[in-house]
Design a protein around this ligand. Structure first.
Ligand SMILES: [Zn+2]
Ligand SMILES: [Zn+2]
Length: 70
């Protein structure tokens, strides 16, 4: 019985690649060829992404008022 390992991210596709960082198997969908990492790792790698609007450093939100609309 050959059970292919599943993607560590979605756990529904076959893990075709192995993340260079965490070593988990991930499917092509959740693997970034440019980095050789799974998307979890490219996510946490943070700075240096090819165009990623990351959170602004430092100061928290300034728009916290009493007027909270839901
Ligand atoms: Zn996946
Ligand atoms: Zn990883």
């Amino acid at each position: 019985m050959s059970v292919a390992s599943l993607c560590a991210v979605c756990e529904s596709r076959e893990a075709e690649r192995t993340c260079d960082r965490c070593g988990r198997g991930v499917c092509a969908q959740h693997y970034d060829d440019a980095f050789g990492l799974c998307l979890d790792c490219t996510d946490s790698a943070g700075s240096g992404g090819p165009g990623g609007p990351s959170d602004p450093d430092g100061t928290g939100r300034d728009d916290v008022d009493d007027n909270v609309q839901f």
